[in-house]
Design a protein around this ligand. Structure first.
Ligand code: G3H
Ligand code: 13P
Ligand code: ZN
Length: 328
């Protein structure tokens, strides 16, 4: 059944677990996430980014999730719109039936520039007013995702985005978080703790000075009833990195957010954990290996199948580690 993010995260808080929120772009990802949820009896959050809507088209993306709900009627599924750049984007998702939206007012619409606090409060409040009128949940973001190591925002190619961020905006301030939640009425708050999007987060396994679980603890102590969200929370599996490079890939040395650190965050109010890169890497590694080892195969179902199974295993691991397994 379709469920709002608020309903799901309230349940997670009550029972002390965290929800992986997987980005989806295509059929095989949706199937992998649902098969894993079915086998572990976990609820599900699937989210579509602007890139996903651009790739698949919003109706295809939405109907893939609706198909998942039809095939697995006993599993609660939240259909969430990831990183809305402006209220109009969120309104369109609300109208088309998403049960949850993110208004990312931490960046100005269409610009990789940190926004003013007042702008963020205003656009987020606008989306909360619209969404709550229809029973739809809202995630806001305060503070900019970016690397405490380099001051760069993450990017898929490992070269970082143009913007080099002000160090102070890379960690969300607990007092400002309390004010933001009170002024906007968001159901969940994404916070900046040193993670960034994409595969290139850390050049070495992260220590407390570059991945600040301490900041999670401080924010949770200040606003204990607010569900916290960690973005950029792929763990960048070293085994898949090795497979990718062994079979013709060229990914550089890189590390992600260790699962144990996320589990520590879940003990301190983190309820939604965004993961995209890990499934991308599992899928790419499995396909590279399959094609290298089966050069005569030209039936795509064979390599989509190994990609699906590789993604599914990551989903199972996260449902179990974050404690959502058994809570469908
Ligand atoms: O927000 C970041 C997600 O990893 C989505 O990435 O914009 O390439 O779909 P994307
Ligand atoms: P990763 O790139 O770490 O998977 O983060 C995804 C994300 O935060 C989507 O909003
Ligand atoms: Zn994100």
């Amino acid at each position: 059944a379709l469920i709002s993010m608020r309903q799901l995260l309230d349940h997670a808080a009550e029972h002390g677990y965290g929800m992986p929120a997987f980005n989806v772009n295509n059929l095989e990802q949706v199937q992998a996430i649902m098969e894993a949820a079915n086998e572990t009896n976990s609820p599900v959050i699937m989210q579509g980014s602007a890139g996903a809507r651009n790739y698949a088209g919003e109706p295809f993306l939405r109907h893939l999730i609706i198909a998942a709900i039809e095939q697995y009627p006993h599993i609660p599924v939240c259909m969430h719109q990831d990183h809305g750049s402006e209220p109009a984007v969120c309104l369109r998702s609300i109208q088309s039936g998403f049960s949850s939206v993110m208004m990312d007012g931490s960046l100005m619409a269409d610009a990789k520039t940190p926004s003013s606090y007042e702008y963020n409060v205003n656009v987020t409040r606008t989306v909360v007013d619209m969404a709550h009128a229809g029973g739809v949940s809202v995630e806001g973001e305060l503070g900019c995702l970016g690397s405490l190591e380099t001051g760069m925002m993450g990017e898929e190619d490992g070269h970082g985005a143009e913007g080099v961020l002000d160090h102070s905006s890379l960690l969300t301030d607990p007092e400002e978080a309390a004010d933001f939640v009170e002024k906007t009425g968001v159901d969940a708050l994404a916070i900046a703790i040193g993670t960034s999007h994409g595969a290139y987060k850390f050049t070495k396994p992260p220590t407390g000075d570059i991945l600040s679980i301490d900041t999670v603890k401080k924010i949770h102590a200040r606003i204990p009833n607010t569900h916290l969200v960690m973005h950029g929370s792929s763990s960048v599996p070293q085994d898949w990195l090795t497979v990718i490079n062994e079979f013709g890939g060229e990914m550089g040395v890189t590390y992600g957010v260790p699962v144990e650190e996320i589990v520590e965050g879940i003990k301190h109010g983190v309820r939604k954990v965004n993961i995209d890169t890990d499934l991308r890497m599992a899928s790419t590694g499995a396909i590279r290996r399959h094609l290298a080892q089966n050069p005569s195969n030209f039936d795509p179902r064979k390599f989509y199948k190994v990609a699906k199974d590789a993604m599914k295993q990551i989903c199972i691991d996260r449902y179990v580690a974050f404690g959502s397994a058994g809570h469908a």
